[in-house]
Design a protein around this ligand. Structure first.
Ligand SMILES: C[S@@+](CC[C@H](N)C(=O)[O-])C[C@H]1O[C@@H](n2cnc3c(N)ncnc32)[C@H](O)[C@@H]1O
Length: 215
């Protein structure tokens, strides 16, 4: 999957996976780290945490600790990580082609309430990132309210963040959109990557790589 490739966790680093269950990206990162360093794999949903635990055990992962917390409170843990993966809960518009049930749950109200949650999680989780560290924000939805709007909110509220350009070999991506309906987003969001199903015969996806500047 793309978010771990963009985050690029290395051997012996400390990684926070804020919304980890069922763990497809956690196991990929542990493999990239050759089972060294430390991953805190967090999620708030107990039944999904069971699946996460099962997948970690099945894959022989020994560098990962599982926690159950509201990701918006992770800043209270008073530790900072080299890198953070924030694979956010979202309206999953990008998965409709494989699961029509997603459409039956879709509404503008859902998008706005998820956008509020995503803003809350991102503005708190960023405090758990070391200066000089990298946070990757991703969703499997195309709604700008859950993507560029969340990133704009984060970089407006927390100073000293830079959105870095993403390049993915062999994959067609499009830049983040700077304007949606009556809203203008930060110029920096053009460095985010939008992946459309029609471009790569894939799911729809959004990825943003944020660097926390050294003091
Ligand atoms: C897109 S899924 C994560 C998928 C996972 N990263 C993977 O690759 O397998 C989003 C996850 O966020 C979790 N979640 C929702 N609200 C949360 C919160 N406030 N704090 C932590 N996790 C939350 C959900 O339980 C769900 O497992």
């Amino acid at each position: 999957m793309i978010p771990p490739l963009v985050l690029d966790p290395k051997k012996d680093e400390t990684i926070l996976d804020t919304c980890a269950a069922p763990g497809s990206k956690t196991t990929q990162m542990a493999e990239m780290m050759q089972n060294t360093g430390l991953i805190i794999a967090n999620d708030s949903n107990m039944s999904r945490i069971k699946a996460l635990r099962y997948n970690l055990d099945k894959s022989g992962i020994i560098n990962t600790i599982v926690t159950r917390m509201d990701a918006a409170k992770l800043n209270k843990a008073h530790i900072q990580f080299d890198k953070i993966l924030l694979d956010a809960p979202c309206s999953a518009e990008g998965t409709i082609r494989k699961d029509w049930k997603v459409l039956s749950r879709w509404s503008e109200t859902l998008i706005h309430s998820l956008s509020r949650l995503q803003k809350h999680i991102t503005t708190n989780a960023i405090h758990a990132l070391k200066p000089g560290g990298t946070l990757v924000y991703s969703t499997c939805t195309l709604a700008p309210e859950e993507n560029e709007e969340v990133i704009t909110n984060l970089i407006d509220k927390i100073k000293g963040l830079t959105v870095e350009k993403i390049s993915l070999n062999g994959l067609k991506t499009r830049p983040g959109i700077e304007e949606w309906q009556d809203r203008q987003y930060s110029e920096q969001v053009k460095n985010c990557a939008r992946i459309y199903p029609q471009d790569n015969d894939s799911e729809g996806f959004f990825i943003c790589k944020i660097k926390k500047n050294l003091k």
